[in-house]
Design a protein around this ligand. Structure first.
Ligand SMILES: [Zn+2]
Length: 505
């Protein structure tokens, strides 16, 4: 019974409420305009983040167009779309952000909190935590060797290195330092091209940044930004024609490669993290023949510059070598006599005579010739290179005579290249020389002659005949024969240029 009474009571109460609910619904339905005015619809769409690591903080929101907006009591502009935004400078720790929108006497407020956590700034001194091994830094002219071996022209070179590159010093072998390129790789560097770094400094490492690949006139350039100057080695592949630069102590962080469409030497560029601390820049070249490249740092960016095929080659012309600028290097000179023949002929004199003959032959075919020496003077190797670089030569031929071996036998003729991409040039010249019925002393690759080292332009060394061989000496003493040999050298170069032109079709 008690139960029934309670049920009745409850029902009665509900019935009493009903008119109130109905009245409210009625009131709402007759006041739609009043309700719409309060509908500001404030929404914060950006900036509601628990924790941030940067002081500058953006808050972006949207509210009914025509509202008055403030963020932390400062008015902000509202666009016709209803969107608004502000840049805030956060305090360290918790920040209260209040966004207020007012319209037609109504307001809507949204409040949230953003915690600004200041990133830990490590001072330069703290970063350079003590490193227990000594470091060296490269100077101008530095290059890497594979090993500590040496011949009369020095050990086998890997490549030149830009200055200002720091590497861990591992050992000292005669006039070389053994240096660490990466965890697993080392090389050797002549001491004279290094300086010591204050003890305790760590070897550099870098995250790779953005790249740009552009046509800078007579060359295409790849620029890879790094955080420090890292050591690198350069590797060449011919089929397909590729240039690969391994950067040691670099970790891939590149996600942006800007490539312009007017490139002439480069077909495309690519990258590869070859091992955990070696980053490879892969450059696919367009043409089959190469006209030189250079690798150097500009700031901490590694610049790889690849020369275009000379315009002189691509423009049709009746003269076979027209427009080409050719460097002719007469070996030795002055106090440096080179080899001396049994009868007392000096190599330096023959080299100069033949160089003038070659100059004449090349000019006859339309080329412009730059000589590293024009008289009997000694010119340092670096100066010879500088002369050619300044003149912007397209390729270089160095003229020498050989020595050694059996004095009673004709020893013959030979050509030499250092970089594989210039093998064909050395080969075409040798083939023409052999038409003079000379013994073939050989097509010699990876040769360490210093004027074969530069990568900036193609180079070939021509060792005409042997000063030390009596039959060879007899031929070398005949000016008419010297001239014949130089005609063959010029013809070999013509053949080469023909091959290049054919490959471009
Ligand atoms: Zn010589």
């Amino acid at each position: 019974m008690q139960n029934n009474i309670s049920k009745y009571q409850a029902m009665k109460n509900k019935l009493n409420l009903l008119p109130v609910i109905l009245l409210t619904l009625l009131a709402l339905s007759i006041m739609p305009s009043l309700y719409a005015q309060n509908n500001i619809q404030l929404r914060v769409v950006r900036g509601k983040i628990d924790t941030v690591l940067t002081r500058v903080h953006y808050v972006v929101g949207v509210a009914t167009p025509g509202s008055v907006i403030t963020i932390n009591n400062l008015p902000v502009k509202q666009y016709s779309t209803g969107s608004f935004g502000a840049e805030l400078n956060l305090d360290e720790g918790p920040n209260t952000i209040t966004v207020k929108a007012t319209s037609g006497g109504y307001e809507e407020v949204e409040t949230f909190w953003v915690y600004f956590k200041k990133p830990l700034i490590v001072s330069k001194e703290d970063q350079m935590e003590f490193y227990p091994k000594p470091l060296i830094k490269t100077k101008k002219g530095a290059y890497l060797n594979y090993g500590a071996g040496a011949d009369r022209l020095g050990g086998a070179k890997i490549n030149f290195l830009a200055e200002g590159i720091k590497m861990e010093l591992m050992d000292s072998v005669n006039n070389l330092y053994k240096v660490r390129l990466s965890e697993q790789n080392y090389a050797f560097i002549p001491k004279q091209f290094t300086e010591r770094v204050p003890f305790g400094v760590k070897p550099p490492f870098s995250l790779t940044g953005s790249w740009s690949v552009s046509n800078i006139g007579k060359a295409d350039r790849v620029r890879v930004s790094l955080e420090n100057r890292q050591p690198y080695t350069i590797y060449r592949e011919l089929d397909p024609n590729k240039l690969v630069i391994d950067i040691y102590g670099a970790h891939c962080n590149s996600n942006w490669i800007t490539q312009y469409l007017d490139l002439k030497a480069i077909e495309y560029v690519h990258l590869r993290q070859t091992s955990s601390d070696i980053f490879s820049v892969i450059i696919k070249l367009r043409d089959n023949f190469s006209w030189g490249y250079s690798v150097d740092y500009v700031g901490n960016s590694l610049d790889i510059t690849i020369r275009h095929t000379p315009d002189a080659i691509t423009v049709p012309s009746r003269a076979s070598l027209k427009g080409l600028i050719i460097g002719v290097d007469a070996g030795h000179g002055g106090v440096a006599s080179g080899a001396v023949s049994p009868s007392g002929i000096k190599e330096k004199d023959l080299n100069l005579t033949m160089s003038y003959m070659l100059k004449e032959e090349l000019e006859k075919r339309g080329a412009k010739v730059v000589m590293s020496r024009t008289e009997d003077v000694d010119v340092a190797m670096q100066d010879r290179l500088d002369i050619f670089k300044r003149a912007g030569i397209d390729l270089m031929l160095s003229i020498h005579c050989n020595a050694g071996g059996n004095p009673l036998k004709p020893m013959g003729t030979s050509t030499y290249y250092r970089h594989i991409e210039y093998r064909t040039l050395a080969e075409t010249i040798l083939k023409r020389l052999l038409e003079l019925n000379l013994p073939n002393f050989g097509l010699i690759g990876n040769f360490n002659f210093s004027l074969n080292s530069p990568t900036e332009f193609p180079t070939v060394l021509v060792e005409t005949l042997f000063m030390s061989s009596l039959p060879d000496e007899e031929q070398l003493s005949d000016e008419k024969f010297l001239k014949e040999m130089m005609v063959k050298v010029a013809k070999g170069l013509e053949d080469y240029v023909k091959d290049v032109k054919k490959s471009l079709k």
